[in-house]
Design a binder for this molecule. Structure first.
Ligand SMILES: [Zn+2]
Length: 169
């Protein structure tokens, strides 16, 4: 009955150029980043992800929310939020978006060859509700992101079925 969408986020593209924090409202940003960082830390611990996560809010991220490996520091993953998109999300939805991205990091650190949107969502659903995740996807679509049907997370086949569901580009 319910529809599943891909969260728009292409992972590990290593295109970090041009990322910068907005100078305006820096104090507010700091608070916001700290809140998001705390969520990321919580989820990182719950998923038993080795390494570190650093949350950043950027002026613009075409993928809206994304995660990549740091080029500068080994073992560090940078989770980036597009500022406008972040503002459009409720606190719960922000948690869901982080959960999805941490799902990608979990895959990378545990099963790098299984990197797909479907599996990232499956990990995310260990942390947040399906309902909230779907709300995030609806906003992704609203922001011009790609909408794709997914099989129900619970029925995703671990290996064989995932290749067909991959659609990160
Ligand atoms: Zn994703």
């Amino acid at each position: 009955m319910s529809t599943h969408f891909h969260l728009i986020c292409c992972l590990f593209l290593l295109v970090g150029a041009g990322e910068r924090l907005s100078a305006e409202g820096a104090g507010e940003f700091t608070d916001k980043v700290q809140t998001l960082q705390a969520v990321a830390e919580e989820f990182r611990a719950r998923l038993e992800i080795p390494g570190q996560i650093e949350v950043r809010i950027v002026d613009q991220d075409k993928r809206l929310v994304s995660v990549r490996r740091s080029m500068e520091r080994h073992g560090l993953f940078v989770l980036s939020f597009d500022q406008s998109f972040l503002t459009a999300l409720s606190a719960e939805e922000q948690r869901a978006a982080i959960a999805h991205e941490l799902g990608h990091v979990w895959i990378f650190t545990h099963h790098p060859f299984l990197q797909t949107e479907a599996l990232a969502n499956r990990k995310a659903l260990q942390l947040v509700s399906e309902e909230t995740l779907e709300k995030v996807y609806q906003k992704v679509v609203h922001f011009g992101g790609k909408k794709q049907e997914l099989p129900r997370a619970q029925t995703v086949t671990p290996v064989a079925g995932l290749a067909g569901a991959a659609g990160g580009q």
